[in-house]
Design a protein around this ligand. Structure first.
Ligand SMILES: [Zn+2]
Length: 76
């Protein structure tokens, strides 16, 4: 499980079950456990208003430099 944080203020946004060892480019909604995330006007925001992703139907398209993460990716 990964913990996704805002790159600017380090707030924990959500936990994410990442399948596979690749980059975190998309976060699928059904694998997210929300902590402090805000979804507004098609964007995924931190409480500090930093935009960390764009909302799509099934997932968020993540903005590479706007978040950091810790934890382990699951093997597929
Ligand atoms: Zn923030």
């Amino acid at each position: 499980m990964l913990t996704i944080r805002c790159a600017k203020c380090k707030t924990k946004l959500f936990k994410y079950k990442k399948i596979g060892q690749g980059q975190v480019l998309r976060c699928y909604k059904d694998r997210i456990e929300p902590l402090e995330m805000i979804i507004k006007n098609g964007s995924l925001l931190c409480v500090c208003k930093n935009v960390v992703g764009i909302e799509m139907d099934s997932h968020f398209k993540m903005k590479t430099h706007q978040f950091i993460y810790t934890g382990r990716k699951e093997n597929s």
